[in-house]
Design a protein around this ligand. Structure first.
Ligand code: PHE
Length: 339
């Protein structure tokens, strides 16, 4: 009987040795240890042998099973190691990994948020208004009469309803003054629209940040100090800022603000970044006419307003030569700003 087990064991070990893949190894396992496997069937004979031989028979049966299981396990380890090595063949583990693209903030978002932060530190709160505006809030209330060139159909996007895409964020000045009582200190970033020919410095959609400060004793030095501080925070304290007299219907006096742009290897030049001025009393009057409480009495109340071009600020900050890059969504450009 023991010889029979010995021969089952040796042919089992041969089968295992010959198995070249996981499937063949499993077939070998079933052929020997399965329900009808050679060792299982031999084990069933134990009931037919004389009692005094049962113990030795049982021992050799167990010893064979242990050996065979060990051989199966060992062969399985070897086959797994070969499979692992094959899976990795042709892969250069020393190569750097391919990086996963992650999102980043758009340069306009970055510059807008930075501008908001600086102005909030000075006490300006965020305000908002619609981009589809009526002529009253965009022009009339801003002391801009019907024959003003800014209202020309060639310069502005009108809807059939008579509404228009706001040509500046200054309409938010009006909407804020209609509903708040001085002191008023707000900023309103947002899109503005003009029928401009698109080129390296003009788009038909651009981004402004409007500011308005209305109180009993707001003066021109407040305006100048606030905006100088702003541009020094934005571009560094050594940046030169200049106020150039200008005309806007809704401010008097009015200025355009230029920042001196210094790019290595180029002659320094002045770049226009904002319009500003002291709120024209005519604007307060038109607000009072609608709210009827004379809360913005031009005899008691003064104010300053400004509107800056966020696209321009971004172009200056990063030396961007073509404004179109800001709307083309080219990731080769945008990824440079991802942090
Ligand atoms: N709204 C003006 C423009 O778009 C800028 C401006 C805002 C000027 C506020 C004065 C005061 O050009």
């Amino acid at each position: 009987m023991n010889e029979q087990i010995a021969s089952i064991q040796s042919s089992a070990l041969e089968l295992i040795a010959a198995a070249n893949d996981a499937r063949a190894l499993d077939d070998a396992r079933v052929a020997v240890l399965g329900k009808k496997g050679t060792l299982t069937l031999a084990g069933a004979l134990i009931k037919d042998i004389p009692n005094e031989e049962k113990a030795t028979f049982g021992q050799s049966l167990n010893a064979a099973r242990t050996e065979i299981n060990a051989a199966l396990q060992q062969k399985e380890n070897i086959l797994q190691a070969i499979a692992d090595a094959n899976a990795l063949s042709g892969i250069d583990l020393t190569l750097p990994p391919r990086s996963l693209p992650t999102g980043g903030l758009h340069p306009l978002t970055l510059i807008r948020d930075e501008a908001i932060q600086i102005l909030r530190r000075m006490g300006f709160a965020l305000a908002d208004g619609p981009e589809i505006e009526d002529e009253y809030h965009c022009f009339d209330a801003l002391n801009t009469p019907a024959d003003h060139p800014a209202r020309n159909e060639k310069d502005t996007f009108y809807f059939n309803s008579g509404k228009l895409l706001r040509t500046h964020t200054s309409s938010v000045q009006i909407r804020t003054m209609e509903t708040s009582t001085p002191p008023i200190r707000i900023i309103a970033p947002g899109s503005a629209y003009r029928r401009d020919e698109i080129d390296a410095t003009h788009l038909s959609v651009f981004n402004q940040l409007e500011g308005l400060f209305v109180d009993t004793d707001v003066t021109l030095p407040d305006l100048k100090g606030t905006l100088e501080y702003f541009f020094h925070e934005m571009f560094g304290t050594s940046t030169e800022v200049r106020f150039r007299p200008h005309f806007f219907p809704f401010t008097e006096p009015s200025f355009e603000i230029d920042v001196k742009l210094q790019i290595k290897g180029q002659a320094p030049r002045w770049i226009e970044v904002a319009g500003c001025g002291m709120v024209d009393p005519a604007v307060f009057k038109s607000i009072n006419a609608t709210r009827k409480d004379n809360a913005l009495d031009p005899k008691k109340i003064t104010g300053f307003a400004f509107g800056m071009g966020l696209d321009r600020l971004a172009m200056i900050r990063w030396g961007i030569k073509d404004i179109r890059l800001l709307i083309e969504n080219d990731t080769r450009f945008l990824s440079q700003f991802a942090q």
